[in-house]
Design a binder for this molecule. Structure first.
Ligand code: DON
Length: 305
C-alpha cells in the first residue's frame, strides 16, 4: 500500500507545533541563544525519488554535532580502520561533553560522536587535508550538491570564546598523545565544522548516501559501502549520547542530533528525514524533533525494527 507521506507530515506538523513545551534553546554557545524556538521544519527524501517538506524545512540552521557524522565519513575515507586505534565505537551513556571517561580510559574517546571523539576526528582531518576548513566545507557541499552551504563565523567565534570544556577535552587528549596537531588548531577547525549552516532539505540531501549504500543523489560523490554500514551503526548506538537507547526505542532509526535543534535520521534503502526545532530536552536533543520522529515511524511503520 502506498503511504501518503504528505498527509502524515502535515498531521505531525500540526500536532507537534501545538505542543506548548518546546524545550530550551542551547545557550552555552551564546550565538545559538538568539534563535527563536518556534521554528519547526521537517524534510523527507525517499529513495524512490520523492521529497516532502513542511514548515521551516528550507531555512538554514546551525548543524552543530550533525557535522560530526560528515567529518567521520571524510576521515574514514582517508584512514579507514586505523581510526579505531584512536577512537572507540561504544556508546558512552553520558552527555556529549563529559570528560571523566576520557581520563579513566587513557585519552581514547568512547566514540566519534561525543565531543572528545569528534575532536580526534578533526585532528585526523587536519593531518590529511591540504586546506582543512576549506576542504571539509567542499566535501559537505559535494555531498549536498550545493555550493551555497557555509560556515557561520559568528557561531564559530562564539563557541571559541566560551568552549572551555572543549579546550579541556582537547588538552586531555593532547596529554595522552591522542592529538597530532595543536589544541588551538584542532579546536579552530572543530568550531568551524560545527558552525556550518544547512536547512532540513540540504541535510536530507547530504545524508542521502548513508541510506543509499554510499551513493549520493545527483552527483558522483560516493563512499565505500562498508564505511557507510559502520557509520550507520555508530549513529544508531551513539548518535544521541545518553539518550541513544531512548531514540532507538521510540524512533528506531540511525540518526544524529545537534544542539542547533536539528536531527537527521534514515532508513537504509528507503528514506532520509530531517527535523528542526531549536528547543532541546535535558539531554541536549531537540525535544519536538524527537516527538515528530517517533510519530513518523509509528504512523508509517517504517523503522529498522
Ligand atoms: O562542541 C559542542 O559543544 C558543540 N559545538 C556541539 C554539541 C552538540 O551539538 C551536541 N549535540 N546534541
Amino acid at each position: 500500500m502506498r503511504i501518503d507521506f504528505e498527509h502524515i507530515l502535515n498531521k505531525i506538523h500540526q500536532k507537534v507545533t501545538a505542543i506548548d513545551d518546546k524545550g530550551t534553546v542551547a545557550s552555552y554557545i551564546p550565538e545559538l541563544a538568539k534563535i527563536n524556538k518556534h521554528h519547526f521544519g521537517i524534510h523527507l527524501r525517499t529513495l524512490d525519488g520523492n521529497e516532502y517538506g513542511v514548515g521551516d524545512f528550507d531555512k538554514p540552521f546551525s548543524i552543530q554535532s550533525i557535522s560530526k557524522v560528515l567529518a567521520l565519513a571524510q576521515a574514514a575515507s582517508f584512514v579507514s580502520n586505523d581510526i579505531l586505534k584512536r577512537v572507540d565505537v561504544e556508546p558512552s551513556g553520558h552527555p556529549f561533553n563529559q570528560l571523566a571517561l576520557l581520563e579513566i580510559e587513557n585519552g581514547i574517546p568512547r566514540n566519534p560522536l561525543i565531543n572528545s571523539g569528534a575532536i580526534v576526528i578533526a585532528d585526523i582531518l587536519i593531518s590529511n587535508l591540504k586546506n582543512p576548513k576549506e576542504d571539509f566545507l567542499n566535501f559537505v557541499r559535494d555531498l549536498a550538491d550545493d555550493d551555497s552551504i557555509n560556515f557561520n563565523l559568528d557561531v564559530a567565534n562564539s563557541e571559541k570564546i566560551t568552549g572551555f570544556k572543549n579546550y579541556a577535552a582537547a588538552n586531555l587528549l593532547k596529554s595522552f598523545n591522542n592529538l597530532e596537531n595543536s589544541v588551538d588548531e584542532v579546536l579552530d577547525f572543530y568550531f568551524h565544522q560545527c558552525s556550518i549552516e544547512m536547512s532540513c532539505k540540504q541535510l536530507t540531501k547530504a545524508f542521502y548516501l548513508f541510506a543509499n549504500k554510499g551513493h549520493c543523489l545527483l552527483n558522483k560523490a560516493r563512499l565505500n559501502e562498508s564505511i557507510i554500514k559502520r557509520i550507520n551503526a555508530i549513529m544508531l548506538t551513539c548518535g544521541f549520547y545518553d539518550e541513544a537507547g531512548e531514540f532507538a526505542f521510540e524512533v528506531g532509526l540511525p540518526g544524529k542530533s545537534g544542539v542547533g535543534g536539528g536531527i537527521v535520521a534514515l532508513l537504509p534503502d528507503k528514506f532520509v528525514i530531517t527535523t528542526w526545532s531549536p528547543g532541546l530536552n535535558k539531554k541536549g536533543n531537540s525535544q519536538l524533533g524527537m516527538t515528530a520522529l517517533e510519530q513518523f515511524t509509528s504512523k508509517t511503520k517504517l523503522s529498522i525494527f
